[in-house]
Design a protein around this ligand. Structure first.
Ligand SMILES: Cc1ncc(COP(=O)(O)O)c(C=O)c1O
Length: 378
């Protein structure tokens, strides 16, 4: 969700003299919510139907909030593995719980990449946080663009790695591409003699995807790390809860490096409650969003000024306008319908990314899109 904006550290101040050079060069995070935080928010790929669970109503102190929380969230890990049907192959030793998957991304860089020496490989257009975390940790980023259809260029990607490449990030389904990467591609990367680092498969949108999670590959491929989150399908972006699943050696290192009490008791409680609502809430909400995704895509395809609607394996759609994408984004957002302009990303010229909302939100988005384009082109 985060990307860069202009640095604002005063050159006369003490901080400027003392800070690490790579941190000074860094720009503060910037996300769509910096500019627009109200209206119909279809910019951050959340689940606008709402959360899969709420905190337990309590007049007693059932969570013992005066005490530090469980540092390893064993109950939550067991329940998560059950939810993923992975309890027979994996144990809590294969699971890290973090403050969103963003915490896991940062920890992996801190664990595996020596600042100023090692590098990561990313495949643009992709999630912005890999680059941001790399900059914070003074880690070089090697980019190998996806194909225009958003496939991984396996040979080129492997060829771009070197002895200092520690992490290769594959976002599946991709953001902003919405495209799931087949297991065969992940296996090709994981088994190649050309690359000895980890393959990090970011599955933030996996619950919307027809391609199954690569969790099933973990017992055969100890060099794969899978990232997942409750921020998307579970509708729980506000509690900040993400997961990394991998070989116990990786998880042990993550536990060694994380802050001792990274997960607070309230988040853990809501996460456990949510995993009790899979059939009656999660699956129903995902189905609703998938149906709405079809409606939005069909309507977009009917518009003559929309030149491309990319296939979607996620809860958002990437589409291209004939022209004016940035202006359309801005006018719509100023008018209260917030999407994400992606036209600066590779292969995404004149593209907008829209998260799937509730029916009335999607209808309003489609109506405003037509009105705005017509006004701008008249
Ligand atoms: C691909 C991808 N990975 C990870 C995240 C962040 O997830 P979390 O909220 O768990 O930090 C996002 C959020 O937009 C995302 O798009």
């Amino acid at each position: 969700m985060a990307e860069e904006k202009k640095a604002d550290c005063s050159p006369e101040g003490i901080a400027h003299k003392l800070a690490r050079p790579n941190i000074l060069a860094l720009a503060p995070y910037r996300c769509a919510r910096d500019d627009y935080s109200s209206g119909i928010l279809l910019d951050a790929n959340e689940n606008p139907i709402g959360p899969t669970a709420l905190p337990t109503q309590s007049t007693t102190n059932s969570l013992s909030l005066e005490r530090y929380p469980d540092p390893y969230q064993i109950t939550l890990k067991h329940k998560y593995l059950q939810f993923r049907n992975a309890s027979t192959q994996l144990t809590p030793d294969n699971v890290f719980v973090g403050v969103g998957s963003d915490e896991a991304i940062d920890l992996l860089m801190r664990i595996f990449c020596v600042p100023g020496v090692d590098n990561i490989v990313i495949t643009p257009p992709t999630y912005g946080m890999y680059k941001v975390s790399a900059a914070v940790n003074d880690v070089e980023v090697i980019k190998v663009d996806l194909t225009p259809d958003f496939d991984v260029r396996v040979n080129e990607t492997l060829a771009a790695t070197n002895a200092n490449t520690k992490l290769l990030f594959i976002c599946s389904p991709g953001n902003p591409t919405a495209r799931a990467i087949p297991h065969s591609t992940i296996i090709a990367l994981a088994t190649s003699p050309l690359y000895n680092g980890y393959i990090v498969v970011d599955e933030a949108y996996i619950d919307f995807s027809p391609v199954a999670s690569t969790i099933s590959l973990l017992s055969s491929y100890p060099n794969i790390i899978v990232l997942q989150t409750l921020s998307k399908a579970f509708g729980l972006a506000g509690i900040r809860c993400g997961f990394a699943l991998s070989h116990p050696d990786v998880i042990q290192l993550m536990n060694n490096v994380k802050a001792p009490y990274n997960m607070n008791s309230l988040t853990t409680e809501v996460a456990i409650n949510a995993l009790g609502n899979v059939e009656d809430v999660l699956k129903v909400n995902v189905q609703t969003l998938l149906e709405q995704r079809e409606v939005v895509m069909k309507e977009l395809e009917k518009l003559d000024f929309v030149t491309k609607v990319y296939p979607s394996d996620a809860n958002f759609v990437l589409f291209r306008l004939e022209r004016f994408a940035q202006e359309v984004y801005k006018v719509m957002a100023d008018g209260g319908v917030v999407t994400r302009y992606r036209g600066n990303e590779v292969h995404c010229h004149e593209c907008i990314r829209v998260s799937i909302g509730q029916e009335h939100e999607n209808q309003e988005f489609l109506k405003r899109l037509v009105d705005t384009y017509q006004k701008l082109s008249s």
